[in-house]
Design a protein around this ligand. Structure first.
Ligand code: NAD
Length: 271
């Protein structure tokens, strides 16, 4: 790894992921924290970012104003409502963006597309290396098994998570659909509460379970008569997402404008 130090600005600094990111930056020899931003009001504003993350003082205070400079990489794990304004600030400053926020609207996705003509953006619903590989394996398995095996997904997350199903589950379902020539919009089933008929051939069901402190679990099941294949990933610590985002930050600095994901960062290429 080169000696270059990547300058990081974290958005959503007081959140669960923001704090994990701050701790990982402090522990890293290859990143330095230049800014920590969270929404106005609430506890922690004006306090040292290292301290609110339960670590050592770093001399960076939490502010409510995102003002990146060229040469900074912004890492945003906050709320979908905040994303559009943050993307515009990154474009104005020419700062690359690592975006982990999930539950983005179609309008925000369109803005990301537009912004990626001017800056490099890595946007992914899951920055874990294991999940990037799981997604690749899901595509390979779906392609090999075809749509005669029933594909179903179960995801589990902590009770505070706002969006359901998770962005990761939807992407896995999309990968399975795409790999077998189906359109996810046509075959996705997220609610069987009112089902009055058996499972239809080709549908892809996603069940979201919420509770406790689960950091994130995804199991993709391929079911056939007489056998079942399961591909699972369990996150035990949200530090894995923070480490993945820091890896993406170092990678994105050197990229031309474009919209990338974790598979690009890891060099997995398109399926
Ligand atoms: P959280 O609720 O603990 O933290 C969100 C933080 O964003 C809070 O501190 C909140 O005050 C702050 N915030 C709200 N509005 C803001 C604004 N306008 N400007 C700046 N900050 C603002 O949530 P979390 O568990 O840390 O998750 C944050 C996001 O990251 C969610 O969308 C979650 O789904 C996503 N996430 C993604 C990954 C991944 O790998 N991509 C992993 C975990 C979580």
């Amino acid at each position: 790894m080169s000696d270059h130090i990547t300058s990081i600005v974290i958005v959503g600094a007081r959140g669960r992921m923001g704090k994990a990111l701050i701790r990982e930056v402090i522990a890293s020899d290859h990143h330095v924290l230049l800014g920590a931003v969270d929404r106005s009001g609430g506890p922690g504003r004006g306090q040292d970012a290292g301290r609110i993350a339960g670590s050592v003082e770093v001399g960076v205070l939490v502010t409510d104003d995102l003002e990146p400079r060229r040469g900074n990489v912004v890492i945003d794990f906050s709320l979908p409502l905040a994303t559009e304004a943050n993307v515009r600030r990154c474009v104005a400053a020419g700062a690359p963006l690592v975006l982990g926020t999930t539950g983005l609207t179609a309008a925000t996705r369109a803005l990301l597309d537009e912004a990626s003509r001017e800056i490099a953006i890595v946007s992914d619903a899951n920055f874990s290396v294991g999940v990037a590989l799981l997604t690749r394996l899901a595509g390979l398995a779906a392609r090999a098994l075809g749509d005669t095996w029933d594909a179903e997904l179960i995801e589990i997350h902590h009770k505070h998570k706002r969006d359901a199903p998770s962005g990761t589950a939807l992407r896995l379902a999309k990968t399975v659909a795409k790999s077998t020539g189906r359109s996810l919009a046509e075959v996705l089933r997220t609610d069987r509460g009112d089902a009055t008929r058996p499972r239809e051939d080709g549908e892809i069901g996603v069940a979201a379970i919420r509770g406790g402190d689960s950091v994130g679990e995804h199991t993709l099941l391929f079911l056939a008569d007489g056998e079942r294949l399961e591909l699972s990933h369990r996150a035990h610590d949200r530090a894995i997402f923070a480490r993945g985002a820091l890896r993406a930050a170092r990678w994105v600095e050197a990229q031309p404008p474009g919209l990338y994901n974790m598979a690009d960062v890891l060099g997995l290429g398109a399926l």
